[in-house]
Design a protein around this ligand. Structure first.
Ligand code: 3PG
Length: 305
């Protein structure tokens, strides 16, 4: 049994040690490919039974190259980097590790919100988050962690998610929203947590942003693809009070920074899940799930049934 861990953005060393232990205890062989190219991945996947990845692209070329491949586990939440149908057609189970890195992403939301609210610590007077409205666009694992932390800041929290009942949100002490319009109209801060799907790609832009109250701040720690960049630029032009924060910088990040200056804030690389704790949680879960699938066919978190 051979398992390839292929991460262009490596796990923290402590997580790699844990993954090695889980795989060794299962009597399996580990192949570690860090910071590799697509060609490296195609070569390395040729004779492995299992593949563990982060945001690494698993497309038809990788799937075709994985002649023995039976399972792909994405250490994390989003599976938009995996061709799920091609994997299914090849009889390969794809799983994610729900919830394992969500606190890390949620904490970064607040790190970036405070940085923006305090004018990047440039010596000028900023604003506080306490008492401000925060709308969470999709109330999944990350959204729930954002809500928990926001309440600690004393924010007024609401959320929109057609898959979560009003009762569940009310039990968490947050206000349910029932439309995108309601969410953006009622919240000075909106935090995006929708996955990138054919339905959500390019779905957020000026139509939503123009509804935001004065001094609106949109923060995107989900996927850059959910934003329509041209429409976002138009919104920032029309509403000079609005600011945009992203852990997933836009393709046109340089142009955004040149035109909008301090009204935009981007991480240089996707940093949300880049903590030792998230790496340990998601990496170990991925290793355990891969072994469990290969040994016993365990597929609780399969996303391509
Ligand atoms: C996820 O989908 O789990 C997050 O976006 C983290 O992705 P990463 O593991 O590539 O940092």
């Amino acid at each position: 049994m051979k398992i390839l861990v292929a991460t262009e953005k490596p796990f923290a060393a402590v997580a790699v040690e844990g993954i090695k232990k889980v795989i060794a205890e299962a009597g399996a062989e580990l192949v570690l490919l860090e910071k590799g190219t697509k060609d490296d991945l195609i070569k390395a996947v040729a004779d492995v039974d299992g593949l563990i990845i982060r945001s690494d692209i698993v497309d038809t070329a990788v799937i075709a190259a994985g002649k023995n491949l039976k399972v792909v586990v994405r250490a994390g939440a989003g599976v938009d980097n995996v061709d799920l149908q091609a994997a299914k057609d090849a009889g390969i189970c794809v799983m994610n590790t729900p919830g394992q890195n969500s606190n890390a992403v949620a904490e970064l939301v607040f790190g970036m919100l405070v940085t923006m609210a305090r004018n990047r610590y440039n010596g000028t007077s900023g604003t506080e988050l306490k008492g401000k409205t925060l709308g969470i666009h999709a109330y999944g694992q990350v959204g729930r962690n954002v809500a928990r932390i926001a309440k600690g800041f004393g924010m007024e929290v609401s959320a929109l998610d057609p898959f979560v009942t009003d009762e569940a949100m009310i039990a968490d002490g947050i206000k349910p929203m029932h439309s995108v319009e309601e969410l953006y109209t009622n919240n000075q801060y909106v935090s995006l947590h929708i996955p990138a799907t054919p339905q959500t790609k390019g779905s957020v832009g000026i139509d939503q942003i123009k509804l935001m109250p004065k001094n609106g701040v949109l923060i995107n720690t989900a996927r850059k693809e959910v934003i329509n960049e041209e429409s976002l630029a138009a919104a920032l032009r029309e509403r000079s009070d609005v600011r945009y924060i992203a852990d997933v910088k836009p393709d046109a990040a340089e142009a955004f920074t040149a035109e909008f200056g301090d009204r935009v804030l981007f991480t240089p690389k996707k940093m949300g899940a880049q903590t030792a704790e998230a790496n340990i949680n998601a990496g170990l879960a991925a290793a355990r799930q891969t072994v469990a699938f290969l040994k016993d066919g365990w597929n609780k978190y399969q996303v391509n049934k």
